[in-house]
Write a protein that binds this ligand. Structure first.
Ligand code: ATR
Length: 273
């Protein structure tokens, strides 16, 4: 069986082994998928060893995505812009190649699974860290009308605006602090890690209207803190990041195996775990 794995630290809570074995089962692909905890100071050694032993592909998670990007000798266009990689494999010529499927994952979950329209939409993105940088390119490719990046540290949001202006097309791309936007948006995406500290970005309730859809890139069994806040302000619908997690995995699977698994049954299965 061909061998795949997810590498992170810590790694024990990763859903990736479960997701990929469901994909393998569904598609009949002969593969094995495990979890590897890399030492914080030797991610490169872990990757090298994995491929030397015949491993076919890796997913990379916290905190190694930037390191994976740097380590690769070749990057796909979307990985290049994302500045981080969640997928590694040896290309046909044996070159260690990095891709990033996170942006593709969130767009597919929004558009295909939830029927959210990104084209011409007014979108507010919260956060300006690696998670947000990873998804901005694919979101902009859907041609929103407005894309506002709000962050606690405004300078980081401004840096992302500068970086993504060349691919923004007609979208009005801008940066600001959390308190600044006061008009309702069509879609608000929470890409901050604030909820890990039990915090809520101090947004104006004015950003939530009756038609506002909210997407928290985090996912948890209960409604996330951010999504609960949005519901309390009268948001139309809230989604968490479970679908994104499964969709990014499906895109990695497709890159490695050339087969696109069906995601809906897998999302359902994980929701019921
Ligand atoms: P990630 O890979 O998850 O994006 P990161 O690069 O450390 O991790 O970025 C974390 C993001 O969450 C940043 O936008 C951060 O804001 P700053 O740029 O101002 O640091 C945001 N964040 C983290 N904790 C937060 C909190 N308690 N309140 C609001 N925003 C927070």
């Amino acid at each position: 069986n061909d061998l795949y794995a997810v590498v992170g630290n810590p790694i024990s809570h990763s859903k990736s082994p479960r997701i990929h074995s469901l994909f393998a089962c569904q598609t009949g692909e002969a593969m094995e998928y495990t979890a590897i905890q890399a030492p914080l100071d030797d991610f490169p050694g872990t990757v090298r060893q994995f491929f030397e032993r015949g491993g076919k592909g890796l997913n990379v998670t916290v905190p190694f995505k930037e390191e994976a990007w740097k380590l690769a000798d070749r990057r796909t266009e979307r990985a290049e812009k994302a500045g981080a990689a969640n997928t590694l494999y040896l290309d046909v010529d044996g070159v260690l190649t990095a891709d990033n499927t996170d942006g593709c994952g969130i767009v597919r979950d929004l558009v295909s699974n939830h029927g959210v329209r990104l084209g011409s939409a007014r979108v507010l993105v919260l956060g300006a860290g690696g998670a947000v940088r990873g998804v901005l390119g694919p979101i902009l490719a859907e041609r929103p009308m407005v894309l506002t990046i709000a962050n606690r540290t405004v300078a980081r949001a401004e840096a992302l605006v500068e970086l993504f202006t060349p691919v923004a097309g007609a979208a009005r791309l801008s940066a600001c602090g959390f308190e600044q936007p006061r008009e309702p948006f069509d879609l608000i995406i929470n890409g901050t890690s604030a909820s890990l500290q039990g915090d809520l970005p101090p947004l104006s309730p004015g950003v939530i209207g009756e038609q506002t859809v909210v997407y928290d890139m985090m996912y948890s069994l209960q409604t996330t803190t951010f999504n609960q806040w949005a519901l309390d302000q009268g948001a139309k619908t809230v989604y968490d990041g479970l679908g994104m997690l499964v969709e990014q995995a499906a895109e990695s699977f497709r890159i490695w195996r050339g087969v696109s698994p069906e995601t809906a049954p897998v999302i359902e299965e994980l929701r019921n775990d």
